[in-house]
Design a protein around this ligand. Structure first.
Ligand code: MG
Ligand code: ZN
Length: 384
């Protein structure tokens, strides 16, 4: 803390933008939130670029909700110049517009990525006529692949929901939870327990999951010990807390899901969401964004580590949209200091990055529609 204060004092001395006019104690809480003062470091490994196959047997699809190029670079700066993400050598951009809006929400954005169809904001894998659209997770299941979802929000929230549920509105959490029971998903880890067992209809979906052969867990210390079988892990009433509260839940959940799914001979499809990068953007908090970005990068590290060893796994990292219009207005790379400004508390329309690693990664270069990401993944994984 002393070190952080001295860095801040240094920034003030050297006229670090608006901070120059304010003594630290006079800076508003909001201004303090706009500067990340550096934090703990983890080891970033470099992985092989040689793979066993030309086409992937498995796909790990990672969505940083609200993660634009600036959010990525805030993480790079905060982490002194390097992220696991930089192992991805094939990079493109995705256009995120929804069917009815220039600026998408996470439901239409998730649906475009999960189904290859642009729909209206708020839609969970239904089209403009509210007709259900099959998701890549459902198609993977039909083809005998194992499937999984991991998120740091409620597992019923728009992004994960759009891979498994079909509802006309994202707010229909209890209906979305019921949709999980209509599928054969192997692993899901996230929040959203209330939508399963504190329901208006009094049906206890957790009991039904157990009847359907799922091992049910509520605590990450138990979750991380699961090596095989079907796992339903609801680790929060609704959303998991911020990093300080939930700890290494996301990287551990990612590794656990990969462990379990990789037991399937035919391969697997796993979607992992860093849900709260978006919430940091909505809060216009650089600190929140950087914390979430680095945590998501640690989860990316778990995926890449498996993919490098396995040689038949494609890892794709992208976003549904950018949030906050984040602009980095200052920083110190060596100290991991990042200062940002934000013109909006909402989403923006800008293209988001697409990063790929593994067999088939070369398909994900150039400027593409968000729906193309689905089409390319499906063709590579399922051959159609
Ligand atoms: Mg989300
Ligand atoms: Zn959002």
């Amino acid at each position: 803390m002393v070190q952080k204060l001295s860095i801040l004092a240094l920034l003030i001395c050297f006229g670090f933008s608006t901070f120059a006019q304010d003594a630290y104690m006079n800076a508003s809480a909001e201004d303090i939130e706009k500067t990340y003062l550096g934090g703990e470091a983890y080891k970033v490994k470099t992985f092989t670029q040689e793979f066993k196959s030309e086409k992937p047997k498995n796909i790990i699809f990672m969505i940083g909700d609200g993660m634009g190029v600036t959010q990525v670079f805030s993480g790079i700066t905060a982490h002194h110049g390097h992220l696991f993400l930089e192992n991805c050598k094939h990079i493109g951009f995705s256009k995120t517009q929804s069917a009815d809006k220039y600026i998408t929400d996470s439901a239409a954005g998730g649906t475009a990525l999960s189904t290859g169809v642009k729909t209206y904001n708020g839609a969970i894998s239904v089209d403009l006529n509210k007709k259900q659209i099959k998701t890549i997770l459902e198609s993977s299941e039909e083809n005998g692949l194992a499937t999984g979802l991991v998120s740091t929000s409620a597992i019923t929230h728009a992004t994960p929901a759009s891979f498994i549920a079909h509802q006309p509105q994202r707010s229909m959490y209890e209906e979305i939870a019921a949709d999980f029971l209509k599928t054969d998903i192997d692993v899901f880890i996230g929040g959203g327990r209330d939508h399963f067992n504190m329901r208006k209809d009094s049906v206890n979906l957790v009991e039904k999951l157990k009847e359907n052969g799922y091992r049910y867990e509520e605590d990450m210390s138990a979750v991380k010990r699961v090596k095989k079988g079907k796992l339903a892990a609801l680790v929060a009433d609704v959303h998991t807390g911020r990093l300080s509260e939930r700890g290494d839940m996301l990287p551990v959940a990612t590794k656990t899901a990969i462990n379990i799914l990789s037991k399937n001979d035919k391969g697997f499809f796993l979607m992992v969401e860093g849900s709260q990068i978006d919430w940091g953007g909505h809060a216009n908090s650089t600190i929140y964004i950087v914390e979430e970005m680095l945590d998501f990068d640690k989860a990316i590290g778990k995926a890449l580590e498996f993919a490098a060893k396995d040689g038949e796994t494609l890892v794709i990292v992208t976003a549904d949209h950018e949030t906050g219009g984040m602009a980095i207005t200052g920083g110190i790379m060596n100290d991991g200091v990042v200062k940002a400004g934000f013109p909006t508390k909402g989403h923006t329309s800008v293209m988001v990055p697409v990063f790929a690693y593994g067999p088939g990664a070369e398909e994900f270069i150039g400027i593409m529609e968000n729906t193309d990401i689905h089409d390319k993944m499906k063709k590579l994984l399922l051959g159609k």
